[in-house]
Design a protein. Structure first.
Ligand SMILES: [Zn+2]
Length: 401
């Protein structure tokens, strides 16, 4: 929706110094996944100080549904519109990876780094959280007109997208357009992402004395090794390309055995498969399962017995791809060009909170807020990307783009 009444674009009319102070403060607050309480309290305090009413701010109880538990649920600010238009959702996750705890943000030459070299910065995703907070506070401070709005700060993104996965969409006011800030360049709109299954595989063999009667045992390690070799040699492990179809897979954890003089009875493995194509992703799961079943059949003890495999595949997140004509995408691209950037779209090979919202019927585009080298001690916040992100956020929140 284009503004007709204002000559100065809202993207240029926010308090930039306050926006910078805000993101520095947010990145300093410890709050890894499941421990987001302090950052919730900080944002709630800022919203109340700005004049929002306690009954407009809710904390849901999503942590009680999450398999990870956690101390607090999602934070949600719901506002009726002063303009008649479809409800818009602005979102950014509250949690960081554990490496960010202890971050000491310091700004130098337009780049923020942690002064403590042993921590990551936490720009992922406190820069996104700050984009939302800036939009909410500027709307209150400047009394800006806006469509119905939901500001949504989910918890537990980093450990499985749980806040976004389990949120009750009715609590979000049933928005029609979704905008998520969780990325680097302010010019990039991520309009799709891959889908993934988590794999848990338990191989059961039979223990026996490795020196006296090794032939009576069934080695779970041998079974796992055969299965992994089978997958690797047939092109199902790592980067997978089969004709026009593609995906990735990884067995990332293997545990088992505690003595060299015992035939190992149990090995546990954990892995994942990813593909943008849901059918091919299911095929990958099937190939993994069949490789382990073949391996089980291939290892027999002297009595002709075989081991067993327990195989579970859980959908971690569903893939999605939005059209460039989708309302949230075209609004995002026009906001990006309104702040003077040349917008571009991309598809992600990682999972985002937007996966769950898009899969549940709320098309959600993911935008950048200046975070780079996330999840490492080299993480930075690029200030111009962050401030452009704030400008884009305000344009989208006020319905000017
Ligand atoms: Zn993130």
């Amino acid at each position: 929706m284009a503004s007709t009444s204002r000559s100065v674009s809202a993207s240029n009319s926010f308090d930039r110094k306050a926006a910078v102070d805000r993101v520095l403060k947010l990145m300093e607050i410890p709050g890894k996944s499941c421990e987001e309480g302090r950052v919730v309290e900080f944002i709630r305090g800022e919203l109340l100080t700005a004049g929002y009413q306690p009954d407009q701010i809710t904390n849901d109880e999503v942590h009680k549904e999450s398999p990870a538990g956690g101390e607090v649920g999602n934070l949600i600010l719901t506002l009726p519109g002063t303009l008649k238009a479809p409800r818009r959702l602005l979102m950014a996750h509250l949690d960081t990876v554990p490496l960010c705890v202890g971050s000491k943000p310091a700004l130098k030459g337009g780049i923020v780094r942690s002064r403590d070299k042993k921590t990551a910065l936490g720009a992922d995703d406190r820069s996104g959280a700050a984009v939302l907070l800036t939009a909410a506070l500027e709307i209150a401070r400047q009394k800006l007109p806006h469509p119905p709005l939901t500001f949504f700060w989910p918890v537990q993104e980093e450990i499985g997208l749980y806040g976004a996965r389990f949120v009750n969409l009715k609590k979000l006011g049933s928005p029609k357009l979704g905008f998520n800030w969780d990325g680097g360049s302010a010019a990039t709109a991520c309009i799709g992402a891959t889908g993934a299954y988590d794999l848990a595989i338990e191989v059961e063999g039979l223990a026996s004395h490795a020196g006296v009667h090794p032939e009576a045992g069934i080695s779970a390690i041998a079974i796992a090794a055969l299965a992994i070799a089978d997958l690797q040699q047939n092109g199902w492990h790592g980067l997978i390309r089969k004709g026009t179809q593609s995906g990735t897979s990884n067995l990332g954890v293997i545990q088992g055995g505690d003595a060299t003089n015992v035939v190992t009875a149990c090995v546990k493995l954990r892995g994942e498969v990813r593909s943008h194509d849901p059918k091919f992703r299911k095929r990958l799961v099937k190939e993994f399962q069949e490789a382990f079943e073949r391996a089980v059949a291939g290892v027999k003890n002297s009595s002709g017995n075989t081991g067993k495999v327990r195989f579970t595949a859980n959908l971690k997140y569903e893939s999605f791809q939005l059209k460039e004509t989708e309302a949230c995408v075209s609004s995002a691209l026009s906001a990006i060009s309104a702040v003077g950037l040349k917008g571009e779209t991309r598809i992600s090979n990682g999972g985002l909170d937007a996966n769950w919202l898009s899969a549940r019927g709320l098309p959600t585009v993911t935008l950048g807020s200046g975070q780079h080298d996330v999840h490492t001690v080299n993480e930075t916040l690029q200030l111009d990307d962050y401030l452009n992100g704030c400008g884009i956020g305000l344009l989208l929140a006020t319905g000017e783009a």
